[in-house]
Design a protein around this ligand. Structure first.
Ligand code: FES
Ligand SMILES: [Fe+2]
Length: 332
């Protein structure tokens, strides 16, 4: 009998697949902000299990493990009461910190184990993000040159990807593929990559087919999210971002197009539409070109050459990246 290894059990000679030894401690996009109005909830696939994203009457979005600590009912079929999540089955209620706040049948003392996992949660770039770990290691992703400034966003969930998010992030550091697969011409010195803590950034000057010359300021967060601030030859700025979340078999992906809001004049409305369109079109062109490779790759660092210097730097960063899985046994 032939025994074959499970498909992609190990994604890399040096880097185990997400889920082995935990999941990278990153901010992960879980849902669009627009999906969850106050008083609403949604169940979402996350890591090797499921979470509930909900928004209480205080307007704050929260992400908690999906399975009730009583008998395991999926809380996404429950409802929101004030700022609590309520199970549909026997109406146990859980507060923002995940602790059970109410058991209608009545008990002398609410069991301390009746507690969901409440992930650190943030909203940024039109997305709701959960941090996989007890304390966030860095701030939630946003466009670094527009920190805390209001931007107009167009956000959507992409197709599923068959690889871990970091494999999609290798794209930005894989300069051979930018030249050969995407036809980009560029000037770049890998020594210019600035890595600090769990973020890194660099600038690439280059030309992309259909979009012309541009200067790309790239900032990455954790090993799963990237923001691109592109200054086009005419001076206009195009903002695009991507974030990925591990799920069984690969990852969910989210694309963000962003722009400075219109000042309300017809000219500025036109500028806004145009830059949002350009951002989405560029992301689509790059992702459509990557897709056949990413759907079939058995990613590994096999033979790297001098031209892979930046990629090698990124892969070492991913290999050393801390993992955790506090949701084990709670989200699945
Ligand atoms: S299963 Fe949720 S309250 Fe019983
Ligand atoms: Fe690519």
């Amino acid at each position: 009998m032939t025994v074959t290894e499970p498909a992609r059990a190990v994604g890399n000679k040096g880097i185990p697949r997400e889920g082995v030894g935990g999941f990278s401690q990153c901010w992960y996009p879980v849902a669009l902000s627009s999906e969850v109005a106050p008083g609403q909830l949604a169940g979402k696939e996350f890591l090797d299990g499921r979470v509930v994203v909900y928004r209480g009457e205080d307007g704050v979005a929260r992400v908690q493990s999906a399975y009730c600590r009583h008998l395991g009912s999926d809380l996404s079929v429950g409802d929101v009461q004030g700022n609590d999540l309520r199970c549909a089955f026997h109406h146990w209620q859980y507060g923002p910190d995940g602790r059970c706040t109410k058991i209608p049948a009545g008990v002398a003392r609410i069991p301390s184990a009746a507690r969901l996992l409440a992930y650190p949660t943030a909203e940024s770039m039109g997305l709701i993000w959960a941090f996989n770990g007890q304390q966030p290691l860095y701030d939630p992703p946003q466009f670094p040159t527009y920190r805390d400034q209001p931007l107009e966003y167009r956000v959507y969930e992409t197709r599923r990807w068959a690889v871990d998010p970091y494999v999609l992030l290798t794209n930005s550091m894989d300069f051979q593929h930018l030249r050969e697969l995407h036809g980009m011409t560029m000037e770049f010195d890998p020594a210019d990559i600035v890595m600090e803590g769990f973020e890194y950034e660099y600038v690439v000057e280059g030309e992309l087919p259909n979009f012309g010359r541009m200067s790309q300021f790239i900032h990455c967060f954790g090993n799963n999210a990237i923001t691109l601030t592109m200054t086009m030859e005419g001076g206009g700025q195009v903002l695009g971002a991507f974030g990925g979340t591990p799920v069984p078999g690969g990852c969910r992906g989210f694309n963000v197009a962003a722009a400075v809001p219109s000042d309300g004049t017809a000219d500025d409305d036109e500028r806004l539409d145009q830059v949002l369109f350009l951002s989405q079109a560029m992301m689509k062109q790059l992702q459509d070109e990557d897709q056949p490779v990413m759907d079939t790759i058995r990613f590994r660092e096999d033979v790297l050459i001098e031209a892979d210097r930046a990629l090698g730097k990124f892969l070492r960063y991913v290999r050393d990246y801390p993992r955790a899985h506090d949701g084990a046994g709670l989200i699945n």
